[in-house]
Design a protein around this ligand. Structure first.
Ligand SMILES: [Zn+2]
Length: 726
């Protein structure tokens, strides 16, 4: 968090959303709020962004953009206004005008054209750099390296990196925000790189940190080192102050305007950003295509019913940042549609207002025209999933830029947070169990009470209060499935002597062993092992936790301890069976608990063993002990979601049968089918017309009790079964 650049890049490289969104870019606080007053952002379904370059003003074609906005039916557009470089004739002397702006007001022209199309305007500001002239006037605004030298910009050598705690952010930028608001009255602001560019050692930072904490700035990255720990909290406080100052500044000039920082910022005092754009520009590295859906679920978990936008780049995005490139249609369509299925509003982003390569345009037009045509089935009011995976924002916070989570004698690789989550995510997708995510900052009954099952994929860091919330949830009839070191640490990353949830798990913590090789599990008859009846021995996870069970009894899975894997002559065991429990399936209170004392989900992410899929799926189904609201029968891999709107239901089936599913980009689509989709119909609902929104056909349907069974002949990429409620 303190080195945003590194953290962001690492998260991209891992492709794993390693840290929760809040901790990627901004401190994470609890959030509450309701939809009172329905701000305009709630109504805006389709979004666009044009990020200008200095070279654009004399030669870009505004008409191209207005035509495209019309064809893509966008309701709001984000346009570059100012910050490090401005695209309007600013009166602020140090506000560097774009080199080729001349007397033109490019921002103003685009604002006027978009307003004529009835669009809302988000002004984009980027304060992470400043000009030579600004530096000459205010050298103290620059960020400094550890030896106190001002930081030149890493890519634009004539600019300086700004300090996130100094005058540029706290004096100059409010003046910029006020000028833009007074002049153009945008509906809101979007701040790119607003939170600094990593650790700054300037005098301002030294003084302010000392005044706040009595400490010198940390030089160690160890998140458990006291100065670093204090810095993490102080940085969060400073970002909150900065956000509040900027948001108050724009509101003072336009009451219903707001500042939305890239990555989000949530308020412990019930003030909420009305819309968040999640900057997940495209796939890179080994990233499954469902990842865009996971980002949507993560951010919706804390935004609740407020709109969240999936910001994608029409160019190729990885750490090499080819900003002028374009992606081919199939990859764009797949990435965006997965996000739409899981509740994102699409937001296209084009860097450079001039069109060097127009090949992205037809794909964007197609996605957005479809989205517009199906608008009413995409205005979701509720997700009908009964399973939610807990998203642990704090398990990632006390990790130094994604390196390690250390406490006492415990050392946890931060990557575990993402890998365990991705493993269980993949399993739930493969199992076709519709699921949501729940934010670990919102475990109150009003947030998690609607779920039958909470999945806790190695959710290591849980406070005593959070453990109590989960305990209350189970006692009242909720069910949990937990793995690995769930609840072994507190919210600050300090290791407990026992699991915080030992009473639910039915066992006490003894020790953790990492990297266990050639170890196995023996399945015993139980619903957890259904489907493994013919398997005498299956592979075990590589992190194994020794526990002391509270009660005697045969577990559904027992351990075959590690034995030699070499030489071949020695590959046998003298202990082919033990009574060491590797799964606990229990009734607790009115609820149920499944606990695996091993990192079964993380190992699944590594190995993708089908036997582990069976266990991860059965665990949720045994815990749920009810029929899922949506079943899909048919070939291969699909991502699903079941939503309700004001007057309809919409069941999404995304076809992920593609050789490029786990690593992009898609080359083409492989239509798959037929699928049978069985939907639980809410008791008070009466089914009217049913149609398929991708193929456009009216499908065959049948009623089976309280379920509606729909035949979907084939899915190209993203079919939606739309059910009108009469
Ligand atoms: Zn500084």
């Amino acid at each position: 968090m303190d080195d945003m650049q590194t953290t962001r890049r690492e998260a991209l490289l891992l492709g794993a959303g390693l840290l929760a969104l809040g901790s990627l870019d901004a401190p994470a606080f609890a959030i509450t709020g309701d939809m009172a007053g329905q701000p305009w952002a709630n109504k805006a379904m389709r979004w666009a962004q044009v990020a200008f370059t200095e070279e654009d003003p004399p030669s870009y074609d505004p008409k191209f953009w207005f035509d495209l906005f019309k064809k893509t039916h966008v309701d709001a557009v984000c346009l570059s206004a100012g910050g490090c470089i401005c695209f309007y004739p600013s009166k602020l002397p140090l506000h560097a005008r774009a080199k080729y702006l001349g007397d033109r007001d490019m921002f103003g022209e685009m604002v006027m054209g978009a307003r004529a199309l009835n669009m809302s305007i988000i002004a984009r500001v980027d304060p992470h750099a400043m000009s030579e002239a600004a530096f000459a006037a205010h050298p103290e605004w620059a960020a400094c390296t550890a030896d106190g030298k001002p930081r030149r910009h890493w890519a634009a050598a004539d600019m300086y990196v700004t300090c996130q705690n100094g005058g540029f952010m706290f004096d100059f930028m409010p003046a910029v925000l006020k000028e833009i608001t007074d002049t153009y009255q945008p509906e809101g602001f979007f701040g790119n790189r607003w939170a600094g560019s990593g650790m700054c050692y300037c005098q301002t930072c030294r003084d302010k940190f000392r005044a706040a904490t009595g400490l010198e700035l940390p030089t160690s990255n160890d998140p458990q080192e006291p100065r670093r720990k204090a810095y993490i909290q102080w940085n969060a406080d400073m970002r909150w102050k900065q956000f509040k100052l900027w948001d108050d500044t724009v509101k003072a000039s336009k009451k219903d305007s707001f500042f939305s920082p890239n990555g989000g910022m949530n308020d412990p005092n019930n003030v909420v950003i009305p819309v968040v754009a999640v900057d997940r520009q495209g796939r890179s590295g080994t990233t499954p295509v469902w990842m865009m859906g996971k980002y949507a679920k993560q951010v919706r978990a804390y935004m609740q019913n407020l709109p969240v936008c999936g910001l994608f780049n029409v160019g190729v995005e990885d750490e090499n940042r080819w900003k002028d490139s374009v992606q081919r249609g199939p990859e764009l369509e797949a990435w965006v549609h997965v996000g739409i299925a899981q509740g994102f509003r699409p937001w296209y982003c084009k860097f450079n207002a001039r069109i060097l390569d127009p090949r992205w345009v037809p794909a964007v037009e197609k996605i957005f025209a479809w989205h517009y045509a199906q608008d009413k089935y995409l205005r979701n009011t509720a997700n009908l999933a009964r399973v939610a995976m807990v998203n642990s924002t704090q398990s990632g916070i006390f990790t130094a830029g994604g390196t390690a989570f250390t406490a006492g004698d415990g050392v946890r690789a931060a990557q575990r947070v993402g890998d365990s989550q991705n493993g269980y995510y993949q399993a739930l997708v493969e199992a076709r169990i519709p699921f949501e995510m729940a934010d670990d900052r919102q475990l109150e009954p009003q947030h998690i009470g609607r779920y039958r099952v909470l999945v806790l994929p190695d959710i290591a860091a849980l406070s005593d209060a959070q453990c109590q919330q989960i305990r209350d949830y189970v006692m009242a009839g909720g069910r949990i499935v937990a793995t690995g070191e769930t609840s072994l640490y507190d919210e600050k990353g300090r290791r407990r002597s026992n699991f915080g949830l030992a009473d639910l798990f039915g066992c006490d913590y003894v020790k953790t062993e990492e990297g266990v090789k050639n170890s196995y599990l023996t399945p015993h008859p139980h619903p957890l092992t259904a489907g493994l009846e013919d398997a005498p021995r299956i592979i075990a996870a590589t992190q194994q936790i020794t526990v002391k069970p509270h009660e005697a009894g045969k577990a559904p899975l027992t351990l075959v301890p590690s034995y030699p894997d070499l030489p071949m002559e020695r590959v046998y065991t003298m202990t082919p069976e033990t009574d060491i429990a590797m799964a606990f399936c229990r009734q607790v209170g009115k609820g149920r608990v499944v606990y695996f004392p091993m990192d079964l989900d993380r190992t699944f992410w590594e190995v993708l063993a089908a036997d582990h899929l069976v266990l991860l799926k059965n665990a949720v189904e045994w815990a749920a002990d009810e029929a899922a609201p949506m079943h899909v029968f048919g070939p291969g891999l699909v991502d699903i979601a079941y939503w309700r709107q004001a007057h309809s239901l919409a069941a999404h089936v995304v076809n992920m049968n593609n050789p490029m599913m786990m690593k992009g980009p898609y080359r083409e689509f492989m239509p798959a089918g037929p699928y049978t989709v069985s939907l639980a119909i809410p008791a008070e609902a009466r089914v009217g017309a049913v149609k398929l929104l991708e193929s456009g056909i009216v499908p065959k349907t049948a009623r089976e009790g309280d379920r509606l069974v729909v035949t979907v002949p084939h899915v190209r990429l993203h079919e939606v079964v739309a059910v009108d409620l009469a």
